[in-house]
Design a protein around this ligand. Structure first.
Ligand code: NAP
Length: 414
């Protein structure tokens, strides 16, 4: 495939898929998007950490060959104002695995969220966010070590589809008339209108991925988080399709809470995954009071967005929370925070969210030694009180360092 601006390094080999498995060479080409705002600062730091860790772990036997891809403001400059060039999507499809920094989205106008568009165009239907306490990280919780949760957030449906009709627009008036006259419903005059599609297909494939993950990683439960008491045919249906899927496809590997009490006297049988559900609002409370009761969560798009930021705050904040957007094989890993424009180009922010997203990426391609070493060096660095500003303001006696200074300190401790 030939590209206009993207250069695929000739020294590397592409990752491929065969027999439903990723085939990863020792010199894989991975795509990266620098991102806007603080993106260049954290990307520079994280890349130095990833390359140094791969070198340490494999002594030159393995090496990543990076291909820069363009989205957001940098793309706009190179592609005559196109912030979302088609060739970047083609390159991600071709390379299969990529990582990205944050991208700017103007609120209430301008272009549509590039992140949402990327997830939808590439059908990256699962947003996976692990939230695990790492010793030494500042936390407002009394027992942060109780938090070891992986959120699977549906990424392509829900109110994020962007099916919205502005108050006063001809489309809004047409839809309002149809709803009032043909569907017999009522609402205030001039209400903005939005549609919340939740399908069996979208819900089932997300929940399937969450249950499979729980089985593969010896997790104990999958909780379906929903607001089905109010939104019965969307959120409630998500819950029902989840139980149905567990029954149809994972009957041997899972039990429900009803089974737990009716058949097992409340004692979890060895090797099974418990499927349960909780309403979204109480889940937020339980995440503060009894997070140890949760393991894998599967939830709809909006709930998952809120929950993952709330939980990130319990284990160190946005500066450290990693994430990935996944299809069946293709995956785009990403820092979960935004572009924090007030800190752009100041070499100030924490590069750990992107760094740990990269660690997830190395796990994904089967290079688990890399993430283990990054986590160990991170614990040492933070344990010695060497941290960026966001941790420094929550820790007594810490030594505040810059983004690049944190990368230097971590690399020394690899
Ligand atoms: P944000 O960029 O995530 O920043 C909010 C606050 O989070 C920052 O002011 C800072 O807190 C903290 N923070 C974020 N990244 C940090 C880091 N690496 N290290 C330490 N602290 C960090 O959210 P926003 O201000 O709401 O959004 C800004 C832009 O980013 C918007 O255009 C939004 O659409 C976009 N966005 C993009 C993504 C994405 O690309 N995936 C995600 C979310 C938002 P303090 O001020 O307390 O220091």
């Amino acid at each position: 495939m030939s590209y206009r601006h993207i250069k695929i390094p000739e020294s590397g080999q592409k990752i491929t898929v065969s027999n439903d498995q990723l085939q990863v060479p020792d010199n894989p080409i991975l795509g990266f998007v620098e991102g806007d705002g603080i993106g260049p600062d954290i990307n520079r730091a994280a890349m130095r950490i990833w390359d140094a860790t791969v070198e340490k772990a494999y002594g030159g036997r393995r090496k990543v060959h990076w291909a820069e891809l363009y989205l957001g403001e940098k793309a706009g400059e190179m592609y005559e104002g196109d912030y979302f060039p088609a060739e970047t999507l083609d390159a991600i499809r071709d390379l299969i695995v990529a990582i990205k920094g944050p991208l700017t989205t103007p609120v209430g106008g301008g272009f549509r969220s590039l992140n949402v568009s990327l997830r939808q165009e590439l059908d990256l239907y699962a947003c996976v966010r692990p939230l695990t306490y790492i010793e030494g990280v500042p936390s407002p919780m009394k027992k942060p070590e109780d938090i070891d949760i992986v959120i699977f957030r549906e990424n392509t449906e829900d109110v994020y589809c962007g099916i919205e009709f502005k108050s006063g627009s001809p489309e809004n008036k047409k839809l309002a008339k149809f709803l009032r006259e043909e569907m017999g419903v009522d609402f205030f005059e001039d209400a903005g209108l939005g549609i919340k599609p939740i399908s069996a297909f979208g819900s089932r494939r997300l929940i399937r991925k969450a249950i499979q993950y729980a089985i593969d990683h010896n997790r104990t439960s999958v909780t379906l988080v929903h607001k089905g008491n109010i939104m019965k045919f969307t959120e409630g249906a998500f819950r029902n399709w989840g139980y149905e899927l567990a029954r149809e496809e994972f009957a041997d590997a899972t039990i429900t809470e009803d089974d737990l009490w009716s058949k097992y006297d409340g004692q979890m049988p060895e090797g099974k995954v418990l499927i349960k559900d909780r309403i979204a609002d109480i889940t937020f409370q339980l995440m503060l009071l009894r997070p140890a009761e949760f393991d894998v969560l599967a939830t709809t798009n909006l709930n998952g967005d809120y929950l993952s930021d709330a939980l990130a705050a319990e284990v160190g904040g946005m500066g450290i929370a990693p994430g990935a957007n996944m299809a069946d094989h293709m995956a785009v890993f990403e820092a979960t925070h935004g572009t924090a424009p007030k800190y752009a180009n100041q070499n100030k922010v924490n590069p750990s969210s992107l760094m740990f997203s990269g660690a997830m990426m190395f796990d994904y391609i089967g290079w688990g030694e890399v993430s283990a070493r990054i986590t160990a060096a991170f614990k040492k660095t933070v344990g010695e009180g060497i941290v960026t500003y966001d941790f420094a303001r929550q820790m007594e006696g810490a030594t505040e360092v810059s983004t690049s200074g944190f990368a230097d300190a971590l690399i020394e401790r690899l």
